[in-house]
Design a protein around this ligand. Structure first.
Ligand SMILES: NC(=O)c1ccc[n+]([C@@H]2O[C@H](COP(=O)([O-])OP(=O)(O)OC[C@H]3O[C@@H](n4cnc5c(N)ncnc54)[C@H](OP(=O)(O)O)[C@@H]3O)[C@@H](O)[C@H]2O)c1
Length: 277
């Protein structure tokens, strides 16, 4: 049975590349007001146990409870990992999924996550039998109550079309790096909106420096008494995206959350959408 739709937070706080600052930054993000956390059981880029420590500290301080939070983590194939694997590399992919999620739940101090995401398909060229095995294993984890929802990340249109042909269930989420020069991932967003998939955009700032430095966008931001970054987040939200930020400064965390109060007129949204691609 698919999970009941959950109210989703507007912003996910991303925990990549924070290493030994992970716990403190997760706690700071929750204190700042974030209620969604994105992580991965991929030690190469994430310290998931540090996320769990940050959550525990926030729970102890009464900042939030588990029930207030949307927790998302990922299954990463061995080729995306370094030697610090959260599963037995000789086990079947289905067993690797189960082991990786069990380890994530331990790291995060919870009996379920809200979203479990395939970090990336096994091949850049299409949806493979390995992906199918992993996806079916992820569905079993969901049916067993260890995640409410499922997602896929770093996917092309071809991946999604082949996935749709191969399975009777599409993901609840697609999480992609969102490049302005690709019309802000227009093709994928359009398929997502047709299939009622929530599109999560990451690297909205870091993938698009040309937009942030574009004089008309800077002028618009000044006119709105906002920063260019806030305009980009507000724009992406107007397109229907669930936003991710990896801010590490308290000031950026606040600015990012404050962008939720900024509403751009439809003609401005359209102008930004066609600015770069
Ligand atoms: N699925 C995947 O393969 C994948 C890949 C990459 C990332 N992700 C997820 O997405 C999350 C976010 O990654 P990201 O690439 O979007 O972000 P990021 O690169 O981690 O960080 C965003 C950058 O933007 C800056 N920033 C944030 N808010 C700002 C503001 N209001 N004004 C100016 N600068 C601002 C931050 O500066 P400060 O740090 O100084 O605040 C930081 O340098 C990751 O942590 C991870 O959870 C997923």
């Amino acid at each position: 049975m698919p999970a009941e739709p959950l109210p989703l937070p507007s912003f996910l706080y991303g925990t990549a590349w924070k290493e030994d600052r992970t716990a403190a930054l997760v706690e700071l993000a929750l204190r700042a007001g974030f209620r969604g956390i994105d992580t991965a059981n991929q030690r190469r880029h994430y310290l998931e146990s540090g996320v769990g420590e940050g959550l525990s500290a926030a729970y102890r301080a009464g900042v939030a409870t588990r029930g207030d939070l949307f927790l998302q983590t990922k299954f990463t194939y061995q080729r995306g990992q370094d030697h610090r694997l959260p599963y037995d590399p000789f086990a079947s992919l289905a067993v690797q999924v189960a082991q990786s999620l069990a380890s994530s739940l331990e790291h995060l101090g919870t009996d379920h996550v809200d979203s479990y995401v395939l970090h990336g398909p096994s091949s850049g060229y299409g949806w493979t039998d390995s992906d199918a095995e992993v996806w079916e294993a992820m569905r079993r984890e969901r049916d067993g109550g260890r995640t409410r929802l499922l997602g896929v990340s770093n996917v092309s249109l071809q991946h999604l079309e082949q996935m749709e042909a191969a399975h009777d269930e599409l993901p609840a989420f697609v999480q992609n790096r969102c490049f302005a020069r690709l019309g802000w991932d227009r093709e994928i967003r359009s398929l997502c909106s047709e299939r009622k998939i929530t599109y999560q955009g990451f690297s909205l700032l870091t993938a698009n420096p040309e937009v942030l430095q574009h004089p008309p966008l800077i002028a618009l931001a000044a006119q709105l008494d906002a920063t260019p970054a806030q305009v980009v987040f507000s724009f992406a939200r107007a397109l229907g995206m669930l936003l991710l930020t990896g801010a590490s400064s308290a000031a950026h965390m606040k600015q990012d959350l404050d962008s939720l109060d900024l509403t751009l007129p439809p003609d401005v949204v359209q102008a930004i959408e066609s600015m770069a691609g």
